[in-house]
Design a protein around this ligand. Structure first.
Ligand code: FMN
Length: 191
């Protein structure tokens, strides 16, 4: 897929097919993250891949879905839940400040790389960090920044022009609409 197509195609996906993702693909996504820009090239980001069904089941209740949607449309139902997760960690022994931008760049590499493999992702910040730390026995010197939930998409999401609300919404067929401000609204000036 061309990079331009990947960028336009990527939307947050929260419903997935049960088809598993190969470990080679998941490792490749971490490799994409490894090559992302990092401030001063200090590389404090580390990752956990979660694939096994019994561990996924334990992680699932520790992530929260789609707060903009009505409650009954938020959480993916059984059979449409993520088939893998990537947990994003900062090793504070390596880098203990100014890592937010590094995280953003690395996660976006993963999200775009995933689209290229036909996958969909949900970048999640609304997570139970305490519960995740306990489940995976993650030492205190790691900050748990996000979880990326992923799988082969079982829903469609498209952008629509922003009017008066940033809230994404779903129609009767389950298609998601994500309002985005227009290019002419955000491009302030050209010198
Ligand atoms: C830092 C960050 C945290 C997010 N956390 C969550 C989350 O906890 N749960 C969720 O369902 N979506 C989460 N999202 C996904 C956003 O809701 C989504 O990116 C936004 O609605 C725009 O949709 P799009 O990704 O399709 O452009 C998060 C996105 C970002 C960038």
């Amino acid at each position: 897929m061309e990079l331009e197509e990947v960028i336009y195609k990527r939307r947050t996906i929260r419903r997935f097919k049960e088809k598993p993702i190969s470990i080679d693909i998941l490792k490749k996504l971490i490799d994409f993250a490894r090559l992302a820009p990092m401030a001063r090239n200090i590389q404090g980001l580390e990752f956990i891949i979660v694939q096994k069904a019994e561990i996924r089941e334990e992680l699932f209740p520790l992530v929260r879905w789609a707060s903009s949607l009505p409650e009954d449309q938020r959480t993916p139902e059984e059979g449409r839940q993520p088939t893998a997760y990537i947990i994003v960690l900062v090793n504070k022994k390596i880098k203990n400040s100014y890592y937010d931008f590094d995280v953003g760049a690395a996660v976006e590499n993963i999200l775009l790389g995933a689209v290229n493999f036909g996958l969909g992702c949900c970048w999640m910040g609304s997570i139970d960090r305490k519960g995740i730390r306990k489940l995976f026995i993650i030492p205190d010197y790691y900050e748990i920044t996000h979880v990326i939930s992923m799988g082969y998409p079982d829903e469609e999401s498209v952008t629509e022009p922003y009017e008066d609300s940033f809230d994404y919404w779903k129609d009767d067929r389950g298609q998601i609409y994500v309002p985005k401000r227009g290019l002419n609204e955000i491009l302030l000036k050209i010198f």
